[in-house]
Design a protein around this ligand. Structure first.
Ligand code: RAM
Length: 364
């Protein structure tokens, strides 16, 4: 597959971008800085460009969602949230992606195809922080706006990261939840997704830091296992952890696929109610395990809202209203107005903790 656009189409994109910039400038009264959207220092790719906050929202844009995995129900919910937001704005939605959560080459190839197709923006959940960078930078240099959502790349490979919640709070709170469930005592393990996943690795870093606090002195992290966001691998990894560590008292699984598979294993085993399980799951996946006593509590954000916010951010970028610099704001329909933070990060909000008392109020 050719990764390059013809020089004619590149020129076309450049002309369109210049025209859009000019329109945006006249709408907001003008600024003379030109958009380069290129970073060499690891800063977010759009942080040095100027925005036209009052520019009209363009219609007929095409925003492509590229999730970590297309057959993962979590991404079906998030990307449908993106689709609904785009259709309310009069934009076009498409979704492409691999069925494996560890196919970085596949993700690269989809980015290259979307660049050839000259989509307006790409919203991607990255399987790896660096693997997509060359392809995403090529997309951005062709005028395509790049938003990461759910799982980030290195900041210079995208204009914005739409984050589900504070990574630090997510990592620390999962350790706190497990600590309460096992009375702050015992061996624990983490069942993660792919070994390279940016989001899980960031959360795990904060979990390890949280465990250094004195109140966790009697809790010992004995193993980090990887289920690759594959149900069968995650199930087998859970079984392996329990066999290898007979004193295991708790598991944190910060992935919707992992926590569901671990709960499935525990519920049919002698460990049910004995080994605690928490992490990140959807209420619909986890409801029966909460009701049967396998799981006491876990957390998540609303994936549909995450996808919706990514769609609004991509549209605002492609309309020239924002560039990705800290302090810029954009509107996201019913979700409200959001301000871009440090390193081009936009935060959706706080996650919800689900347990017996509230799980029936949620349907996703
Ligand atoms: C899985 C994916 C995703 C993560 C959720 C919690 O579906 O790994 O990236 O955010 O779990």
């Amino acid at each position: 597959m050719s990764q390059r656009l013809t020089s004619t189409s590149r020129t076309g994109i450049a002309l369109a971008a210049t025209a859009a910039l000019a329109l945006g400038l006249s709408a907001c009264g003008g600024t003379t800085k030109t958009s380069t959207d290129k970073a060499t220092t690891g800063a977010p790719a759009g942080s040095s460009a100027s925005a036209a906050p009052n520019a009209a929202t363009k219609t007929g844009l095409t925003v492509a969602f590229l999730p970590k995995q297309v057959n993962n129900p979590y991404f079906t919910i998030s990307d449908n949230g993106g689709k609904a937001a785009l259709s309310s704005l009069g934009e076009n939605y498409k979704e492409v992606g691999t069925s494996s959560g560890t196919d970085t080459a596949g993700q690269v190839s989809y980015v290259n195809t979307l660049t050839q197709q000259q989509v307006s923006a790409i919203a991607v959940s990255a399987q790896d922080p660096g693997a997509l960078c060359t392809a995403l930078k090529q997309a951005m240099s062709n005028g395509i706006k790049v938003v990461t959502y759910d799982s980030d790349t290195n900041p210079d490979c995208r204009q914005l990261f739409v984050s589900q919640a504070s990574s630090e709070a997510l990592g620390r709170s999962e350790v706190d939840l497990l600590g309460k469930q096992l009375n702050y005592t015992g061996d624990i393990a983490i069942l993660s997704a792919a070994q390279t996943a940016t989001n899980q690795n960031t959360w795990i870093g904060y979990m390890q830091d949280e465990l250094k606090q004195p109140k966790f002195a009697k809790m010992k992290l004995v193993k980090i296992a990887y289920g690759n966001d594959d149900a069968q691998t995650s199930f087998q990894q859970t079984q392996g952890l329990l066999q290898q560590y007979p004193n295991l008292k708790g598991i944190i699984s910060p992935t919707t696929v992992g926590i569901k598979a671990a709960a499935q294993y525990l519920t049919g085993s002698k460990y049910k109610g004995q080994v605690m399980l928490t992490g990140l799951g959807t209420p619909n996946d986890m409801r029966s395990y909460v009701k049967d006593g396998t799981v006491q509590g876990f957390e998540l954000w609303d994936p549909a809202k995450l996808g919706s916010l990514a769609a609004y951010a991509a549209t605002a970028l492609a309309s020239g209203q924002i560039t990705g610099a800290a302090g810029q704001t954009f509107k996201a329909g019913d979700l409200g107005t959001f301000t871009i933070g440090d390193k081009g990060v936009v935060l959706l909000g706080q996650p919800t903790v689900f347990d017996k008392s509230n799980i029936d109020q949620f349907n996703f």
